[in-house]
Design a protein around this ligand. Structure first.
Ligand code: B1M
Length: 210
């Protein structure tokens, strides 16, 4: 088994110490940090999701896997963040009301920071008015909404509506998360949809430049 495969297995099992050791090892070996995320860490969570769906594991196992993933990502985050250059744009990012999933959202936040956005992460289970207040307070050009549950997708709609009602029409709204599609983004009037963290950066750059 390669070290990358060992990392996937460690995260899947929720073995934090191994996940940290292997992440450091791969960094020292010169592997690009984003490759570690995409080919080592993200597949672990996909496997965890599959097993959960098939009733092979349950919420506690999912939680410990998520915690191992977070600790590995905490090592990688500073490496992805561009040093020294003053960010030109501010983005507010959060997971919508009712939804506690934050791994994908954190990944998008990390990538945006790496692309030199000033990212204000307002966490999970965020009500629409909190998104609006944060965008006003920080004079954000971009707002990112994440949702992982089909049951919380309607909260994206109410958040988009809250922005329109508040008259913040110049703030671009990007949405994403496993159940989200471009069709849904169009339906709720979001400005853009991105399927993953890497394309979220390309889309964010296009949106703020438009
Ligand atoms: Co939850 N969970 N979970 N869970 N969980 C899913 C999402 C699920 C698909 C599992 C399954 O059944 N196969 C299922 C949802 C079913 C559905 O609605 N269709 C599910 C369920 C049912 C639940 C609970 C209801 C379980 C229960 O309690 N009975 C519960 C809900 C709690 C709540 O939110 N209110 C729950 C709880 C949890 C944990 C707390 C245990 C834990 C979350 C821990 C945490 O996030 N801190 C958890 C986990 C870990 C998962 C799975 C296994 C993994 C999610 C993840 O982190 N993926 C997940 C199954 C799966 O997705 N395979 C599952 C890795 C991450 C990198 O991917 O988040 O998709 P993802 O992000 C991607 C893209 O989607 C995109 O970029 C990211 C990187 O490429 N993206 C964006 C995401 N946000 C974006 C925003 C953007 C742009 C792109 O712009 C702003």
């Amino acid at each position: 088994m390669s070290e990358l495969q060992e990392l996937t297995a460690a995260v899947e099992k929720g073995n934090r110490k191994e996940a940290i050791r292997l992440t450091n090892l791969l960094i020292e070996a010169g592997m690009p940090p984003m490759d570690i995320v995409e080919t080592g860490l993200v597949p672990a969570m996909s496997n965890v999701g599959e097993k959960f769906k098939n009733n092979e594991i349950f919420v506690p196992e999912m939680l410990i896997a998520a915690r191992a993933m977070k600790e590995a990502m905490a090592i990688i985050q500073p490496l992805l963040t561009a040093a020294g250059i003053k960010p030109k744009y501010t983005a507010i990012i959060g997971t919508v009301q009712g939804d506690l999933h934050d791994i994908g959202k954190n990944l998008v936040a990390m990538m945006l920071k790496g692309a030199n956005f000033n990212v204000i992460d307002i966490g999970t289970n965020v009500p629409p008015e909190k998104f609006v207040a944060a965008a006003k307070e920080h004079e954000a050009q971009l707002v990112g909404l994440s949702a992982l549950l089909t049951t919380t997708m309607p909260a994206m709609k109410t958040t988009v509506e809250a922005f329109r009602t508040a008259g913040l029409n110049t703030v671009k709204i990007m949405i994403g998360g496993a159940p989200i599609t471009q069709e849904f983004a169009d339906e709720i009037g979001a400005d853009g949809y991105s399927p993953d963290a890497a394309s979220a950066v390309d889309l964010a750059n296009k949106m703020v430049a438009a």
